[in-house]
Design a protein around this ligand. Structure first.
Ligand SMILES: Cc1cc2nc3c(=O)[nH]c(=O)nc-3n(C[C@H](O)[C@H](O)[C@H](O)COP(=O)(O)OP(=O)(O)OC[C@H]3O[C@@H](n4cnc5c(N)ncnc54)[C@H](O)[C@@H]3O)c2cc1C
Length: 399
């Protein structure tokens, strides 16, 4: 077993790190202080630079205009980008578009690819994914209130969604709706492409997540659909396959999140160590000479290192054996990395004292924006339960 990354990967990661250091970190104070949408004219220059440097869309297959990296390569790249709030967005590797593009690439018709995939790959448009509803449990996507009924040559969609990330300014949503309420639970829903400009689609509000409503890509919206009509050809994949497609989307989606969270962990860890070295608690005594702080440093290092290797192993299993073979690993990293993220960020804030709570540093921003890591794409409890059931089931325990 060889743990050394290939030279080609190291060279690629160095280019991404240079991009973050030279182009993105100088823009970070803007994003920490102002609504994302108001900064777009300046931020878009970073996207232009990403294209010039040949770093655009690392996760997209080459035939669609991306770099077509393997998941193992993406794990290194995702961590390099994740330490800056702008990293993934600047190279068009941001959620929810990354997952939506994966769906369109795998299941879109030629026409859907041209109309919906291409503009997002080019960076000319953004998309969103509308599955979660205020009145039904998001952790059980087989039970949706939103419906799509066939009327002649059209789908007529009615429903209420929330936490639709990036809906503000998105060109279209992939809407998960029940197309057969009487079907088997896993065969009731379908995914339908809905341009946000379609009559009947209303963006009610950007939700105030941890006190910040955000704007544009950096927001999560409440959206209603009232008698929204789109052609039958807007069905993505097959009718009744919405749940299966959602699982296809969430597998790579979860590991992409984990890669980004590792970048945040590493950035928070480096800030923590710098503070531990630089900050005196008394004349000639640094914070890092206190045993409690040493414990924070050591525990963070252990957690990050363990999380990183499990993410890399999971990426390797998916690359070599497919997503199904990595089901347990994906559940493990989703829980482990989200917890590590929360622990490391909390310690980094603690070590900075009051400064840790200010937006002079990215720690509080990350904490506000990433507390959700233990909730979205499956809450911890759901992953823990399904992992334990599979492990015990393999020992013969009935589900
Ligand atoms: C910042 C953010 C961004 C999001 N972006 C999107 C998006 O772009 N598109 C989208 O469709 N959704 C999005 N979501 C929604 C997210 O996927 C849901 O919040 C998540 O699936 C949980 O659903 P829920 O909020 O309805 O909580 P519920 O399903 O009501 O669950 C609440 C809590 O109950 C517990 N619980 C649930 N099920 C079980 C179980 N089986 N066993 C034990 N305990 C359980 C867990 O503690 C869970 O946190 C986002 C959420 C957040 C916070």
């Amino acid at each position: 077993m060889d743990f050394a990354p290939p030279p080609k990967t190291l060279e690629l990661v160095a280019r991404y790190r240079a991009f973050v250091d030279e182009e993105l970190l100088k823009l970070e104070p803007l994003v920490l202080a102002k609504p994302f949408g108001s900064c777009l004219p300046v931020l878009n220059q970073a996207r232009t630079q990403a294209k010039v440097r040949g770093l655009w869309a690392p996760q997209i297959p080459q035939e669609h205009g991306g770099l077509g990296l393997s998941l193992v390569e993406l794990a290194f790249v995702g961590e390099a980008l994740g330490g800056c709030p702008l990293g993934h967005w600047a190279v068009n590797f941001q959620p929810p578009d990354a997952g939506n593009l994966e769906l369109l690439h795998l299941f879109g018709s030629a026409d859907q690819k041209e109309r919906f995939l291409k503009p997002v790959v080019d960076g000319a448009a953004r998309s969103c994914f509308a599955m979660t509803e205020p009145d039904r449990p998001g952790s059980n996507p087989t039970w949706l209130e939103t419906t799509a009924r066939k009327e002649g040559s059209q789908w007529v969609i009615n429903g209420h969604k929330w936490f639709t990330s990036g809906a503000d300014g998105a060109a279209y949503a992939i809407v998960m709706a029940s197309t057969n309420d009487e079907g088997k639970p896993h065969e009731r829903a379908s995914m339908i492409l809905v341009p946000m400009s379609t009559p009947g689609v209303s963006l009610v509000r950007n939700l105030p997540v941890m006190g910040e409503a955000g704007s544009d890509w950096a927001s999560h919206s409440e959206v209603t659909f009232v008698d929204v009509k789109v052609p039958l050809s807007h069905l993505l994949g097959q009718e009744g396959h919405g749940f299966t497609l959602a699982q296809e989307r969430l597998g790579p989606g979860r590991i992409h999140h984990c890669m980004r969270w590792l970048g945040i962990c590493q950035r928070a860890f480096e800030l923590m160590m710098k503070r531990a070295v630089d900050r005196p608690v008394a004349p000639f005594r640094a914070l890092g000479q206190q045993q409690m702080v040493q414990r924070y440093v050591a525990e963070s290092a252990i957690q990050i290192e363990a999380a990183r290797w499990l993410v890399l192993k999971t990426a390797w299993v998916i690359d070599t054996q497919g997503q199904k073979a990595a089901r347990d690993d994906i559940a493990m990293i989703k829980v482990l990395v989200a917890r590590t993220l929360q622990d490391v960020l909390d310690r980094a804030i603690q070590v900075h004292g009051g400064l840790g709570l200010l937006d002079d540093l990215p720690l509080a921003w990350f904490f506000r924006h990433e507390r959700a890591a233990r909730i979205y794409d499956g809450p911890d409890e759901v992953h823990l339960a399904s992992l334990a059931k599979r492990l015990l089931g393999a020992r013969g325990l009935a589900r």
